[in-house]
Write a protein that binds this ligand. Structure first.
Ligand SMILES: Cc1ncc(COP(=O)(O)O)c(C=O)c1O
Ligand SMILES: Nc1c(O)cccc1C(=O)C[C@H](N)C(=O)O
Length: 400
């Protein structure tokens, strides 16, 4: 297949600095043009002029469900089954706490060593808080299915590994969890907007994810949570904030959860961030996820082929089979941190994950094959000329 035919034509909908090749949309997506204008309106006209009336006039209170439905379409969730709010770590906690309540006789939470640390930390914190003898079992990614035994209450897996990009088989793991009577939670942080997902078809009970990566909602954009519609009415929400109440403005003294997914809301929605995200979601109107996936694979394959041909010091850390890989490609290199800094100094933006992973995200909404070739030209120069071997590139910054 000709790579050019796989490219998506909406690069002009994003604001990217001149000359920059942005290969970090898997960590923080760039600014969609629609967001800039919407935020101006939201700040100046809504907040500025409507003030408190904005909750009704501009339906700020409806944002978490309205935007949840937009995100839901990208992950195969039915209308009304996804709600926005809080950070992903908080949503992991809520999903996990709800899942444990569904299996009171079981004490094991199963996850894998490829999971993002915050998910594991939230599980550890919840276990300590409950003090009921739960245990977090962490196995190798390849060992997950075999480790789903009948003492497992919840299987909590991030579908696409943040370091290597390796994809877990969502349907197979969910089926294994259900066969053993466990509840399934998927973290779609590196999946939503990156690969086609059909959460409803998987049958999983919960999915959570963030929106600042491939959904381009901006730094600090809120997370989403999905719960399978047939279980919602009985879910314990763990964090019983007033906006998850069935009638928040009745101001009752006792908590009574909303009948639907809104029970997973906690407190006041981040209105400006949700306005930004709602505008960012308009770019998906013209994108078919299967076209996007094909374009992402074409760009990733091109990158791997070019790097392997021209940069022999780097070792592929991602699965070679594109079907097993998300929308990022990682290479191992002992001087990876400094090499990434040297690349960034030349406006090729990737990132580094300890101990030695150079990570590059491929987002076909705003990247094409010329960008990929140019990025590899610069990478080759960084390696051939040992540009990484410069003290200026070794000082580790607070955020990598
Ligand atoms: C898989 C995964 N889970 C959880 C998080 C944490 O998200 P947040 O900082 O929004 O709580 C991240 C990224 O930071 C992530 O990649
Ligand atoms: N959420 C982030 C942040 O607030 C600062 C820097 C990076 C992040 C990230 O999202 C990291 C990301 N989850 C990762 O895959 O490494």
């Amino acid at each position: 297949m000709d790579n050019a035919k796989r490219e998506l034509p909406i690069k002009d909908q994003f604001i990217l600095p001149d000359g920059m090749i942005y290969l970090d949309g898997n960590s923080l997506g760039p600014l969609p043009k629609a967001v800039e204008a919407t935020l101006q309106t939201c700040v100046r006209d809504q907040w500025g002029q409507h003030l408190i009336k904005g909750w009704n006039l501009d339906d700020w209170m409806g944002q978490p469900m309205r935007v949840g439905n937009l995100v839901g379409r990208l992950i195969g969730a039915p209308e009304g089954s996804v709600v926005m709010g809080d950070t992903l770590s908080v949503k992991v906690y809520q999903a996990l706490a709800s899942a444990l309540k569904m299996r009171p006789d079981r004490k094991v939470i199963l996850s894998d060593s490829g999971n993002f640390p915050s998910d594991l930390y939230m599980a550890q914190g919840l276990i300590a808080q409950l003090a009921q003898g739960h245990e977090l079992k962490i196995v190798a990614p390849e060992a997950v299915s075999a480790a789903i035994t009948e003492d497992v209450a919840a299987v909590m897996i991030t579908q696409v590994d943040y370091r290597t990009g390796r994809i877990h088989d969502m349907n197979a793991i969910t089926a294994a969890a259900h066969a053993a009577g466990a509840v399934m939670i998927w973290d779609l942080a590196h999946s939503a907007g990156a690969i086609p997902v059909d959460i409803a078809a998987s049958g999983a009970e919960f999915a959570v994810g963030c929106t600042y990566k491939y959904l381009n909602g901006g730094p600090g954009a809120p997370a989403f949570i999905y719960a399978r519609p047939d279980i919602v009415a009985d879910l314990s929400t763990a964090l019983s904030g007033w906006l998850g109440h069935d009638a928040p403005f009745a101001f009752e003294a006792s908590y009574r959860p909303a009948a639907d997914i809104e029970r997973m809301r906690v407190g006041t929605p981040p209105v400006l961030q949700l306005a930004a995200l709602e505008a960012a979601m308009t770019v998906w109107g013209e994108v078919d996820m299967h076209d996007l996936r094909a374009a992402s694979i074409a760009l990733s394959e091109l990158f791997i082929a070019e790097v392997e041909a021209r940069c022999p010091a780097l070792e592929l850390a991602s699965p070679r089979d594109s079907a097993q890989r998300g929308s990022q490609v990682s290479f191992r290199f002992a001087h990876g941190y400094a090499a990434i800094q040297a690349l960034i100094a030349q406006d090729v933006i990737g990132d580094f994950r300890a101990p030695d992973i150079m990570r590059f995200g491929f987002t076909p909404l705003y990247l094409d094959s010329d960008d990929v070739r140019r990025a590899v030209d610069i990478l080759q120069n960084v390696l051939d000329a040992r540009l990484w071997d410069n003290p200026a590139f070794q000082a580790v910054s607070r955020v990598t």
